[in-house]
Design a protein around this ligand. Structure first.
Ligand code: AMP
Length: 130
C-alpha cells in the first residue's frame, strides 16, 4: 500500500506544496513544530534514510538545502534546523524546522495554524524559489 506521502506526491491527498524536482517533493508539515516546518521527501518510496542509494541521498540533501534556504529567507526564525527522525510514516522525510528556540526541535511543542496561514506561508516560500 502506498505511503501517505506517495499519495500526496501523486495528488491523491491535498498538501501545501512548496517545491518539486524530478526526484523530490516538499510540502508543509500539517502538524508543525513551528510555522514553516516543511518536509522534503524522495518521490521513490523508501522507508529508511540509510537505505537510499548514495545518489538519491545526495539529491535529497541538495534539494532540502535549497528549500531550507528559501524558508530561512522568508520565515522569521533564528535558523532552519534539519532533522531526519520519527517513526510514524515509513517513507523517508527530511524535517526542515524554523528554530526560535530548542523547543522547536523537540517535536513536543506544536504550532496551531489555520488553512489561510498555511497557504500564505507556503506561497511566500514558493515565491522565493521562483
Ligand atoms: P514522523 O514519521 O514521526 O516524522 O512523523 C511524520 C510527520 O509527517 C509528522 O510531523 C506529521 O505531522 C507529518 N504528516 C503526517 N501526515 C501529513 C500530511 N497529510 N500532510 C503533511 N504532513 C503530514
Amino acid at each position: 500500500m502506498p505511503s501517505i506521502f506517495t499519495k500526496i506526491i501523486n495528488g491523491e491527498i491535498p498538501c501545501y506544496k512548496i517545491a518539486e524536482d524530478d526526484d523530490n517533493f516538499a510540502f508543509l508539515d500539517i502538524n508543525p513544530n513551528a510555522k514553516g516546518h516543511t518536509l522534503c521527501v524522495p518521490k521513490k518510496e523508501v522507508d529508511k534514510i540509510m537505505d537510499l542509494d548514495e545518489e538519491a541521498y545526495m539529491n535529497l540533501m541538495a534539494f532540502s538545502r535549497k528549500v531550507g534556504k528559501a524558508i530561512e529567507a522568508t520565515v522569521p526564525c533564528e535558523r532552519v534546523g534539519l532533522s531526519v527522525i520519527g517513526l510514524e510514516v515509513p517513507h523517508v522525510h527530511v524535517h526542515l524546522i524554523p528554530l526560535h528556540s530548542m523547543k522547536n526541535a523537540t517535536f513536543q511543542y506544536k504550532e496551531s495554524m489555520g488553512p489561510e496561514e498555511f497557504e500564505a506561508t507556503a506561497e511566500k516560500i514558493r515565491n522565493y524559489l521562483k
